[in-house]
Design a protein around this ligand. Structure first.
Ligand SMILES: [Zn+2]
Length: 65
């Protein structure tokens, strides 16, 4: 899985799928944080230092699951 594909899973995947996301580069568990108030979505890999930040993002599917 690439980081681009991961974007799709974060928004449309189930909670189980999201919890099982791993960094494509080092296989470390991906962290995800969503703040509904701002629509702020942050995810990435702490080991690689990869961080993706989105503003005004729609609520990911897994949040309301
Ligand atoms: Zn990584």
């Amino acid at each position: 899985m690439t980081w681009d594909e991961m974007d799709d899973v974060i928004f449309d995947g189930t909670k189980n799928e999201v919890n099982n996301l791993k960094c494509p580069d080092c296989n470390t568990k991906v962290y995800i944080q969503y703040t509904a108030k701002w629509g702020a979505l942050t995810y990435g890999c702490k080991k690689c230092g990869r961080v993706v930040k989105l503003c005004k993002a729609p609520e990911p599917n897994y949040i309301s699951e």
